[in-house]
Ligand binder design. Sequence first.
Ligand code: SAH
Length: 350
Amino acid sequence: MSLKDILIERIRTVGPMRVSDFMAECLMHPTHGYYATRDPFGVKGDFTTAPEMTQMFGELIGLSLAQAWMDQGAPDSFVLAEIGPGRGTLMADLLRATNKIPGFHAALDLHLIEASPALRAKQRELLGEATWHDDVSTLPEAPLFLIANEFFDALPVRQFIRDGDLWRERLIGFENAQMCFGMGAAADQPMLRHRLEDTEDGMLVEICEAMPQIVQTIGARIQDHGGAALIIDYGDWRSQGDTMQAIKDHQEVDVLDIPGDCDLTAHVDFEMLCAATPSRFSRVTAQGVFLERLGITTRAQNLAEQMEPVQIEQHIAAHRRLTHPDEMGNLFKVVALYPDGQVPPAGVEA
Ligand code: SAH
């Protein structure tokens, strides 16, 4: 039975489902989920992410976090964590780039938060010893230096369409032998009251219900014990419109077409993310600006000097892709969480 058949069966027996339940099944169903069962990254896979394009991404993030560790007095024991590490590439680049920073490696304890068994195996292959967690709640009570790249966009969102001062939830049903979108009854949504000020009738907004609890836990560790988190994702201060996107073989496909067989993501609402942390948070900064501040162009030139001519073209393309406003430079944003009384990590501003 395909995941599509499983979902259709479920809709026929219990009725239309929330977009968030659909997304959760597509990504993490134990036997058919997209992340749960495979390694989707890279040129041969369905999509590629910043750390898979160039080693510079993980290196610069490593230097920013290591600088933050030094700025906070270089605690002699801390948790270095990544949430949603994919293949582990970013962490491998980060560890290599920080190898020569005195005391950093001796002090760190590596923790990875990963829900996919297939990707945990990949991470173990590349990174060796680490502690894996199902979610952030089991991270030790200790200074926490954490990275999240394209993690929050993989969390399921609910979608609501404005109807007067009420909202109708967008649901997935089954009609004329196929899955289709429909709408639930109009109801008040306390979580969306602040969106009455910037939306009109018929507009769609999204909420990621799983996000606040995760951010709250990370922010509390940082506020209580010190540390910093760099959160990088696509999205904006307020998410608006239907941003759910399905990708297969580097092409956009219909979100209902091949459930479990394509990547599904939605933009991150950085306002909701920042509202959830008990720590300080930086300004939301465009990825291109963040990477330029950390010196990506100088690093790119240094690396280019040691490259064969055949490698240079791809190297220049990766640099452009990460930083140029027409590519990922503006669409992707960076926000840092850090404790009261400390400066934000390099690359972002208070
Ligand atoms: N950071 C990586 C991978 C991004 S893809 C990169 O930049 O290449 C999203 C990652 O988050 C995958 O590793 C996926 O398995 C993981 N993930 C998705 N939902 C999760 C959840 N609820 N809990 C833990 N990990 C999750």
